[in-house]
Design a protein around this ligand. Structure first.
Ligand SMILES: N[C@@H](CCOP(=O)(O)O)C(=O)O
Length: 425
């Protein structure tokens, strides 16, 4: 399998090169040359996602040196539960928050850490993994890479615009992880990352790569939980499920769409978005443009110019085709708060703001058989959730363990120059 740049179909690279580059040299995003047809019926016998991952990902690793390590990479990545729980009203919940940092990003971050430790083994220069985060990605990447040899991590997050516990997960690392609170919004952080890739001298000097979802290595493992949950759902209920995917930078929903294109039994795919409107505006008008980021209670989805729009439009250049393949519903903060407030009575669940956004969309859909993707644990958002439900949310052990650690972060102006100066300090 080869990977090509969304901006140049002739720029073909191996999986290892695509992972290592992060972003293609022309600024495009790597995509698989073709999406293989995968026979999902063979997954029915697998109760553990790790085995589904190995079968699903084998064609994506074909011909690459990492193919020999795929089994071990899957063991290391899928070492926590990813349950699909039936709720009520033909609705199930895909719980992606049982990993080290209690968000779905743990899957892609763990996978990339596994791949990079093999790719850069014995290399003279350490890799620098540069990450922009609106809250969850940075913590997951820090946790996955902390203490790993021959790799440094640099995290940029918008100061004051992530939840206090997310901030703790970002700032509590020393050693090979450096974290900067940027005076700006998430899209400033994402812009700095892309400018860093565009600056050849800078890129080479620090041996740059990324663990954002611009890296195809984030999307490949995320396909696995869509493959697994769709097969499990169909086995339980006899029909293929539809999905509601809370969405910001669009990496998670692209993974769902890739899984469907590979032949997984996935019906409709609906994006649940917060007050940030690039996707809804695009589907309504057919014109894509980025917007200023709007701060919302579902802050991990506060993205004004989603990176993976480029992959979506590369897969289906015609907007009418995209309209047939996905739809998107926008949910305002007041509705998200309302869903959190009534979550226990209506569903017996405490929702985090992102899952609550998804639930608000599910409740508007009349048809049966939906899986709502639950992207994060509510304890990460205690300052939003607890006043609404008027009780404390139990903190997962792995999150509790970080809360008393010291803070190692610094602040940064929103420019590549400021980052360069900070890194030579
Ligand atoms: N929602 C993200 C923003 C970064 O998106 P990614 O898809 O590039 O990881 C976050 O929580 O940081």
């Amino acid at each position: 399998m080869k990977y090509l740049s969304t901006r140049n179909p002739d720029h073909l690279v191996s999986l290892s090169e695509a992972l290592r580059d992060g972003l293609a040299p022309d600024g495009g995003l790597y995509v698989p040359e073709t999406l293989p047809h995968v026979d999902g019926t063979k997954f029915v016998g697998h109760s553990h996602i790790r085995y589904i991952a190995e079968d699903l990902l084998a064609p994506f690793f074909a011909g690459d040196p990492l193919a020999h390590d795929l089994g071990d990479i899957c063991d290391e990545t899928f070492d926590f539960d990813i349950p699909l729980r039936d709720l009520k009203d033909d609705t199930a919940l895909l719980e992606l928050f049982h990993g080290p940092t209690a968000a779905f990003k743990d899957v892609g971050a763990g996978f990339l850490a596994s791949c990079f430790s093999r790719l850069n083994k014995g290399a003279e220069e350490p890799l620098t993994v540069l990450v922009a985060t609106s809250g969850d990605t940075g913590g997951a990447v820090a946790a996955a890479f902390h203490g790993k040899p021959n790799v440094n991590v640099v995290i940029l997050y918008p100061k004051g615009k992530v939840s206090p516990r997310q901030e703790k997960q970002l700032t509590c690392w020393d050693g090979n992880v450096r974290t900067f609170g940027v005076h700006g919004v998430f899209d400033d952080c994402q812009r700095i990352v892309k400018e860093a890739f565009a600056d050849e001298a800078f890129r080479d000097r620090i041996n740059l790569t990324s663990a954002n979802s611009i890296n195809i290595g984030r999307l490949l493992p995320q396909m696995t939980y869509y493959a697994a949950s769709s097969v499990w759902y169909r086995k339980r209920h006899g029909v293929e499920p539809n999905y509601v995917v809370p969405s910001g930078n669009l990496g998670n929903v692209l993974a769902c769409l890739y899984a469907r294109e590979c032949g997984m039994p996935i019906g409709e795919v609906v994006l649940a978005v917060n007050e940030n409107k690039p996707v809804v505006h695009f589907l309504e008008t057919g014109e894509y443009k980025g917007f200023d980021t709007v701060a919302t209670v579902a802050n991990a989805m506060d993205v004004g110019d989603p990176s993976n729009m480029e992959r979506l439009r590369h897969m289906w250049p015609d907007v009418d085709t995209i309209r047939q393949k996905i739809s998107a519903y926008q949910v305002d903060d007041e509705t998200i708060r309302q869903k959190i407030r009534t979550g226990l009575d209506d569903w017996g669940q405490v929702w985090d703001p992102h899952t609550a956004c998804g639930v608000a969309v599910r409740e508007q859909l009349d048809s049966p058989h939906w899986i709502v993707v639950s992207t994060a644990h509510p304890a990460k958002f205690d300052t939003v959730v607890e006043p609404l439900i008027e009780r404390e949310v139990t903190i997962p052990d792995q999150l509790a363990e970080l809360l008393d650690r010291p803070d190692y972060s610094s602040e940064l102006d929103p420019s590549l120059d400021a980052l360069e100066a900070a890194l030579v300090d």
